[in-house]
Design a protein around this ligand. Structure first.
Ligand code: SAH
Length: 220
């Protein structure tokens, strides 16, 4: 793909926005505004700067990836964010997903299990001058009880099943989005908590890096 530096990136960013609105895939204007206002350039490594708005995942560090923009937007639209929300974001990675959420929600707790990436996310969010995201180093498959309950929970790594502790940390009527499946492919699940149980629907097929930790693939 041939791109011409800065202006090419801006064009690509607008191209994505146009494709989402033309296809009707992303209708949430606050989300589009969030996408416009966060510079994705802050959340990709130097080697991939020119591909900051390419619609595929990019390598970050520790064999992990920043998800492709369209996937991020589909998940965040399903999360139905509102301005009073306290959101738990599991798998901070580059910090980009947390950055988008932070433009709409009140507070974001973003948890990451790889120390190098927790530091990377923190640094990127600082560069982007985002202050309502708290990056926590830890096993997000267990959630983060200290700040619970949450209005919304989003998992950006493949889960073998819905990690049980997350349901407990979600408010009644709260929404959870997570890819559930095996290493090779997952169904995106949208769950709404009703009478302490999660009522789920499927949003389609996706492919994520595996969730580690106690309720991820490290179990047993
Ligand atoms: N949301 C990220 C990309 C997610 S990639 C972004 O916007 O860039 C998945 C991330 O989940 C990786 O960074 C991986 O290290 C992290 N991860 C995997 N298992 C985890 C766990 N149990 N707790 C927290 N983070 C985890």
């Amino acid at each position: 793909m041939i791109m011409k530096g800065e202006s090419g990136q801006e064009e690509q960013k607008e191209f994505l926005i146009r494709s989402w609105s033309d296809s009707g895939l992303i209708k949430d204007t606050r989300l589009i505004n969030a996408f416009r206002s966060v510079q994705r350039e802050h959340f990709v490594t130097k080697d991939y700067l020119k591909e900051a708005y390419a619609d595929y995942p990019l390598p970050i560090h520790a064999e992990q990836t920043i998800s492709q923009p369209t996937t991020v937007m589909i998940m965040l639209q399903a999360l139905e964010l509102s301005e009073n929300d306290k959101v738990l974001d599991i798998g901070a990675g580059s910090g980009y997903n947390a950055a988008l959420i932070s433009k709409i929600a009140r507070k974001v707790i973003s948890i990451e299990i790889v120390p190098e990436l927790a530091a990377y996310a923190k640094g990127n969010l600082k560069k982007a001058r985002i202050r309502n995201v708290k990056v926590v180093l830890g096993d997000g498959s267990k959630g983060y009880g200290k700040e619970a309950p949450y209005d919304k929970i989003i998992v950006t790594a493949a889960c073998p099943s819905i990690p049980e502790p997350l349901i407990g940390q979600l408010k009644e009527n709260g929404i959870m989005i997570a890819p559930i499946g095996d290493f090779y492919g997952q169904k995106m699940i949208k769950g709404v908590k009703k009478r302490s149980k999660l009522e789920s629907v499927e949003l389609g097929d996706f492919s994520f890096v595996p969730l580690k930790g106690e309720y991820g693939y490290d179990r047993g």
